[in-house]
Design a protein around this ligand. Sequence first.
Ligand code: FES
Length: 113
Amino acid sequence: MTFVRIANTADFDGKRFRRYTLLAKKLAIFKEPDGTYYAIEIACKHQNWDLTTGRIEGDIATCPRHGWVYNIKTGECLSHSSAPLRRYTVKVEGDEIWVSLSPIETEQRHENH
Ligand code: FES
């Protein structure tokens, strides 16, 4: 699994998430209350609107464009039968945050073959 350094932990002081572009994909890294991180695609599966520009209550994000609803942590679309948002592996080394170049599902497929 290939990782790239994308942020420092200090970048998240006072912030729940930050947006990044990785290989032309829009994703966000979220910081959990317990200090762990996760990374997820933030382009709505309907028409690619940035989901983090809409309302996020708990883990539930509502796309501001046409109202599709997602679990922003698992990626599951709760309002339509859509493919889930892609998730990425995050690892923290010291104060550096690294994210996998490939989505988790793709990595798992490669490991299985
Ligand atoms: S672009 Fe998100 S619901 Fe249409």
